[in-house]
Design a protein around this ligand. Structure first.
Ligand code: HEM
Ligand SMILES: [Ca+2]
Ligand SMILES: [Mn+2]
Length: 343
């Protein structure tokens, strides 16, 4: 059925008048955080922040009658003085500080703004799905407890258990959420090489992350092994221990491999898992769906490939049922990944 549309005072069209308020927010964050619509570091950090806020919730704690966090409730920014001290939140203070004056200029809850900024940011990255946007979350009145955010040195069992406890995420949904690491870099895992990406295309929401995490690790991009870091296949690329293990564990390896060269699945699975994550802890019946304000992301640019210098022989096959897809190797000298410039 065709949905009714409203035309906002600005002339833009959306399905609900309440969503009109979002268009000026889009203009503000695009101009003042995202370099006029780029897939820059602040986009990456904003997407990471959606996760670190939302995952702060625990079904187990609730059952035991203790507060396990309010999920996507803005607590990470509202109680930044507490939550940014948690080890797993290292570095999120920067994007919280960047977002704060923008939040102050608009009439959204902090909880809504954090999720909104991540969705708009992702739409700047070629290949990304249009992520869902909801309005009407209630802001936190207390901080999330420590230890809700997974660490890169957690083992697969602990990671899967944490996602299940937070929101009944299946192992497939966990793998889908890790697609976020296709537009990502680490500043603090090896602090001597800030901005070191997890794949060779941190400006593209493509499937390279799932390809490159399956290649044999041969080097450390910086000063050697840090907590939560394992060897990567490329100069200038950093591999998290958690990503390496999820790519190789019997519970997750085939799902991981299924994203290789499957842009359509990457988009649909990440969109669905994000839709679940972005409302954790909130009463969805009270939320307004404003997803139609999200710009359509540019089409994915590059075709799936092995980075120059690497081939099928460098794949550490982990899925037992299905062979790794055949891919071409990029021409030229061995790939060296350049750092993501700081925003
Ligand atoms: C097993 C679960 C996860 C672990 C252990 C993990 C761990 C990490 C670590 C250690 C970093 C590097 C931070 C730094 O040093 O600057 C990072 C970056 C990032 N993470 Fe995750 N992550 C997980 C899941 C997620 C999820 C579910 C999302 C979003 C849906 C996400 C989005 C990001 C993004 C976008 C970045 C890049 C930030 C930037 O480039 O500045 N991560 N993650
Ligand atoms: Ca990428
Ligand atoms: Mn960063």
């Amino acid at each position: 059925a065709a949905t009714k549309k409203v035309t906002c005072a600005s002339g833009q069209v959306t399905s609900n008048a309440a969503c009109c308020a979002l268009f000026p927010v889009i203009d503000d964050i695009q101009a003042n955080m995202f370099d006029g619509g780029g897939c820059n570091e602040d986009v990456h950090e904003s997407l990471r922040l959606t996760f670190h806020d939302a995952i702060g919730i625990s079904r187990k704690a609730d059952k035991e009658g203790v507060f396990g966090g309010g999920g996507a409730d803005g607590s990470i920014a509202i109680f930044a003085n507490i939550e940014t001290n948690f080890h797993a939140n290292n570095g999120v203070d920067e994007i919280i500080d960047t977002q704060a004056p923008i939040i102050a200029r608009h009439n959204l809850t902090t909880a809504d703004f954090i999720q909104f900024a991540g969705a708009i940011g992702a739409s700047n990255c070629p290949g990304a799905p249009r992520l869902d946007v909801f309005l009407g979350r209630k802001d936190a009145t207390q901080p999330a407890p420590d230890l809700t955010v997974p660490e890169p040195f957690d083992d697969v069992s602990k990671i899967l258990a944490r996602f299940d406890d937070a929101g009944k995420f299946s192992s497939d949904e966990v793998v889908a959420l890790l697609a976020s690491h296709t537009i990502a870099a680490a500043d603090h895992v090896d602090p001597t090489i800030p901005g070191t990406p997890f794949d060779s295309t941190p400006e593209l929401f493509d499937t390279q992350f799932f390809i490159e995490t399956q290649l044999r690790g041969t080097l450390f991009p910086g000063n050697g092994s840090n907590q939560g870091e394992v060897m990567s296949p490329l100069h200038g690329e950093l591999r998290l221990q958690s990503d390496a293990e999820l790519a190789r564990d019997a519970r997750t390896a085939c799902e991981w491999q299924s994203f290789v060269n499957n842009q359509a699945k990457l988009q649909s699975a990440f969109k669905a898992a994000f839709a679940k994550m972005t409302v954790l802890g909130q009463n969805t019946r009270e939320l307004i769906d404003c997803s139609d304000v999200v710009p359509t992301p540019p089409a994915p640019a590059s075709a799936a490939h092995f980075p120059a210098g690497l081939t099928h022989r460098d794949v550490e096959q982990a899925c037992r049922q299905t062979p790794f897809p055949a891919l071409r190797t990029d021409p030229g000298p061995a790939t060296s990944v350049v750092p993501v410039p700081p925003s």
